[in-house]
Design a binder for this molecule. Sequence first.
Ligand code: SF4
Length: 196
Amino acid sequence: MTHLDELLSLHREIEQCRRCPLWKTRKNAVPGEGSAVADVMFVGEAPGAREDEYGRPFVGRSGDLLTKLLAEIGLSRNDVFITSILKSHPPRNRPPIKLEIDACFPYLLKQFELIQPSVIVLLGSVAVSAVMGPWKMSDCHGRFYEGSDRVFFMTYHPAAALRFPEVREVMRTDFAILKTHLDQVAVISTGTDSES
Ligand code: SF4
């Protein structure tokens, strides 16, 4: 089985998942989408009502902003992989609870393992606290954290940037930092620096 087959099989499993009670109220599970060999993975909080309707991540206004921020650093949605901590929509957009995060987290870890991104971008406090532990967004945004086998980058959730224009500017700056890092990784992996 190729890693793409494994990823597709994982997503079929998520679509049938009943590990937490959210399966009862969702219309569609939202495993995630994008490149199965993406260098960068984006992890949000949970599907919203629109994502639940379409079974796709970040398709509402937050998604439009994320797509725009990606374009500003020269990336399209097809270049990256986009998912979230929870794969099913919490009713009335309430924040995820621990039981749901614990039940769903193994799917995210499996996606990390199969896609092997060079950077995992955690969008917002729910994603940061689920993966890294408690960390104030104002302290951790724009920063990388190098774990034993993964590199994480933290920034705000696009929904916060829709509510607060100043956060949108902070996200722009954070995405520019991310781009600088990706450019450096690209130079190292192609060996361009040693040829000059
Ligand atoms: S949120 Fe995750 S664990 Fe809960 S039903 Fe959906 S896919 Fe399963």
